[in-house]
Write a protein that binds this ligand. Structure first.
Ligand SMILES: [Zn+2]
Length: 207
């Protein structure tokens, strides 16, 4: 079977060999099921070429086969819309570290993204520990109480004393990413959607 060397969207292994185990057609389109050599999960790839992806041997790069779209798609890693630029940059560095299996680096960047975001939301909180800042933002109505509670359930890294010396796992880095992504959506994306909507209705009134 042909092999595709790529990153795994499940276990985040970097440059791992996926084996094409099954191929089929949907009308004129070709699809193949490829299995990750590291975790055993499967992805579906669109492919082109006259050779048989399952019968051929060797790296697809050296065969007359071209790969197209992928399901599930590789995560794009971007921060939610309207996240301030520096916060978004740290978030992206977190997701790209996560994609290549550097879970500690990912955890640190997600935390940095969150710290920067809380400073933007309230510069007076800068000297306080991260948990405290999140609690204060919730009591000031800038975050929901549920979001503050969630912050206490994820591993934030840094001076999170309970886990200080433990490395981040895929799960703890992913949990943190998920929390930060929702935090940024709530703190930046939603308010700007509302502002844009208000802007539109003001224009309507002015007309
Ligand atoms: Zn995998």
């Amino acid at each position: 079977m042909a092999i595709s060397v790529q990153n795994c969207p499940y276990c985040r292994a970097n440059s791992v060999a996926f084996s094409a185990v099954k191929a089929w057609r949907i009308e004129n389109d070709r699809r193949a099921l490829l299995i990750c050599g590291s975790c055993g999960e499967g992805i579906v790839r669109e492919w082109f070429g006259n050779s048989d992806i399952v019968q051929m041997q060797g790296n697809i790069e050296n065969l007359t086969i071209m790969l197209g779209r992928q399901w599930p798609e590789a995560p794009n890693g971007a921060a939610p819309k309207d996240t301030p630029e520096n916060v978004a940059k740290f978030f992206c560095q977190g997701t790209s570290s996560l994609e290549i299996g550097n879970f500690d680096a990912a955890g640190m960047m997600f935390r940095k993204s969150l710290e920067t975001a809380t400073k933007i939301l309230d510069p007076n909180l800068a000297g306080k520990p991260l948990f405290k800042r999140i609690d204060n933002l919730a009591s000031a109505g800038k975050l929901t109480a549920d979001m503050a509670e969630w912050a206490h359930e994820v591993r934030l890294g840094g001076n999170d004393a309970a886990h200080e010396d433990e490395p981040f796992s895929l799960e703890s880095a992913e949990d943190l990413k998920n929390f930060v992504e929702n935090f940024l959506t709530y703190a930046f994306t939603l308010p700007s959607v509302v502002r844009r909507r208000e802007g539109r209705s003001e224009t309507t009134i002015a007309e």
